[in-house]
Each structure stands twice: as structure tokens, then as C-alpha cells.
Design a binder for this molecule. Structure first.
Ligand code: AMP
Ligand code: ZN
Ligand code: FE
Ligand code: FE
Length: 295
């Protein structure tokens, strides 16, 4: 796996449309400043970040892929505790079916937020929905916004502690939300002209490589086109394993930092924790496979 290390890219970025802290315009400015060759804005369950970026105008030096990160549920025969997210690249942003599907996920988030807050209130923490809305601005509310508010109010000393004690999966203030069945998420992205990609495989918390490969086979049958091989939490060994698995299953290799601005302060756009290099060649390959060519 040898790549030209001249130009780096970042295909997993959150904006203020979800739980990132930079606006799409600020993200484009930073990508330009960092000389990133290509980026994608992949907000949780919304394409508003990508829409805003395009409306603002993409700088000539940065290639841009439209994107989204869909909260999905794993195939029925699999059951693992981690985050199952499907990225969609180069999607038609105005596709009505995609937008309807995202609306349902956004409603599920709106329904969940007061229930998380109720749990925190029952545990003696005095916060309200309007405090959280104030914290998140106009974008969609995610657990990181609630976590940051708890931090500000002194209920914990770090984001990790908030997730560990209250908001992480299975913790006392955790409330599950509706997730789109993965076959539906994959098909919806394909129908919107996009490329469905399995995000951050390390975060699935799958117990064995054998089971992971079985999952890839099932997802490939559903229409999956890529795997997020390059990711800050992937060790060099894991990256090599995921790259081989992607090649075995005929999947594109993608990569991104999952940049969230100051909500994940140790992650820098394009660099992860400093040593991540996602080569431009991956973008080239993606764009030549994509039915829709974005700028
Ligand atoms: P939500 O989409 O509202 O369920 O929130 C998911 C987001 O919360 C992820 O994208 C991460 O940014 C963040 N998150 C989830 N688990 C943790 C954790 N254990 N520590 C820090 N951040 C987390
Ligand atoms: Zn997030
Ligand atoms: Fe994710
Ligand atoms: Fe993400």
C-alpha cells in the first residue's frame, strides 16, 4: 500500500449543521489554509452542511464531495454494541427520498433530547432543553452538545468523563434513538446517486476479524461501495487489515478524521492526532467511480 504523500485529503468532517463547531464556510477556509486537496462534509443525519458549503462557493484549490453520515442499525443477524454509521458520498443533495429519510432521523433526535435531559434532571443535574439549544446553535443537537453543557456546569471534568459516567451507550442517561436499517441507508444513498461507505470500522467493537469480514460480505451484497480504512483511531496494523479487507471485497478505500472542531479538540482536520495522512489518490478513485461528479 504505497501512496504519493504530496497532497492529503479529509473525507469525514462535521460542521455546525450537526455537532461540529466550525461552519461550512469556516471549514472551507481551513481546508484551503491547510492545503487539503479534497474534503467532504459528512454531518450526522443531515445534508445541510454540504448544501451550505456549495451555496457559499467551493475554493478552486479544494475538491469537494457532498456527504452525510447516517445513524444506521446493523443487519438483523449481527448484534454488536458499537456505532454503526454509513457515510454517503457524492450524493444528490435534493434527492426527495434521501431528504425524507433524513427527516425521520432528525425527528428521532428531537424526540430523544428531552428524554436524555429528563434522565439527567432525575439524577440531580439542573439543565434544560433551552440551555442545550443555546449550546448547539441552529444545527441538530447531538450528545456532544449536551456533554459540553454538563462540562460547563461543572458536572464533569472532561468530555470522556461525561460519556463514561452519563451519556455513553448503556450509561444511566443514555437513550437509544431510531436508526435506519442499514439496507435502507445503503439503498437510499445509492438511489441519491451516491456511494455508501462503512464508517470507522474500529468503532463497531466487533469481537473478531472473521465476523467483521462476514459483515462486509453482507453489506457488499446490500450495495456497499467503500470502507473507511484511514481513521485516527486505526493503528497501522488495523489500517493495513482494513485496506486488505476492502480490496478482498471490492470496496473503495476512504478516510477521514471525524473532525468536530473544539468538541473533539485532539483531532485536527486533515491530520487527526497529527500523524494521519489520507492520500489524494483515494479521492481520485472515488470520483471516477461516482455516478455524480461533484466539484
Ligand atoms: P449522537 O449522534 O447524538 O448519538 O452522538 C454521537 C457523537 O457523540 C459521536 O459522533 C461522537 O462525536 C460523540 N461520542 C460518542 N461516544 C463518545 C465517547 N465515548 N466519548 C466522546 N464522544 C463520544
Ligand atoms: Zn459527531
Ligand atoms: Fe460516526
Ligand atoms: Fe462522524
Amino acid at each position: 500500500m504505497e501512496y504519493d504523500k504530496q497532497v492529503r485529503i479529509d473525507l469525514h468532517i462535521h460542521s455546525t449543521a450537526s455537532d461540529g463547531t466550525l461552519s461550512p464556510s469556516e471549514i472551507l477556509n481551513l481546508a484551503e489554509k491547510l492545503n487539503l486537496g479534497a474534503i467532504a462534509i459528512t454531518d450526522h443525519d443531515t445534508v445541510d452542511g454540504s448544501k451550505d458549503a456549495i451555496q457559499r462557493g467551493i475554493p478552486d484549490s479544494v475538491k469537494f464531495l457532498t456527504g452525510v453520515e447516517i445513524s444506521a442499525s446493523c443487519p438483523p443477524s449481527f448484534d454488536f454494541p458499537g456505532s454503526f454509521h454509513i457515510l454517503g458520498y457524492s450524493i444528490g443533495l435534493d434527492d426527495p427520498t434521501l431528504n425524507q429519510a433524513l427527516d425521520i432521523l432528525q425527528h428521532a433526535r428531537k424526540d430523544r433530547n428531552p428524554r436524555i435531559i429528563k434522565r439527567l434532571n432525575d439524577m440531580g443535574m439542573d439543565i434544560s432543553l433551552s440551555d442545550v439549544v443555546h449550546e448547539s446553535g441552529d444545527g441538530q443537537i447531538g450528545r456532544p452538545h449536551i456533554a459540553r453543557l454538563l462540562l460547563k456546569k461543572g458536572f464533569a471534568k472532561s468530555m470522556e468523563e461525561v460519556f463514561e459516567r452519563y451519556l455513553g451507550n448503556g450509561k444511566p442517561a443514555y437513550v437509544d434513538k431510531y436508526r435506519m436499517p442499514c439496507a435502507h441507508a445503503i439503498q437510499t444513498i445509492l438511489d441519491a446517486g451516491g456511494l455508501p461507505v462503512l464508517a470507522h470500522p474500529i468503532l463497531l467493537n466487533i469481537e473478531s476479524d472473521r465476523l467483521f469480514e462476514k459483515l462486509l460480505g453482507v453489506l457488499k451484497e446490500m450495495g456497499l461501495k467503500g470502507l473507511e480504512v484511514f481513521y485516527p483511531e486505526h493503528s497501522p496494523e488495523r489500517t493495513a487489515f482494513y485496506a486488505k479487507a476492502a480490496e478482498r471485497y471490492g470496496l473503495l478505500l476512504t478516510g477521514g478524521t471525524d473532525f468536530h472542531g473544539s468538541l473533539k479538540p485532539d483531532i485536527q482536520m486533515g491530520y487527526g492526532q497529527g500523524d494521519l495522512f489520507i492520500p489524494y489518490a483515494l479521492y481520485d478513485k472515488i470520483i471516477h467511480t461516482s455516478p455524480l461528479h461533484s466539484k
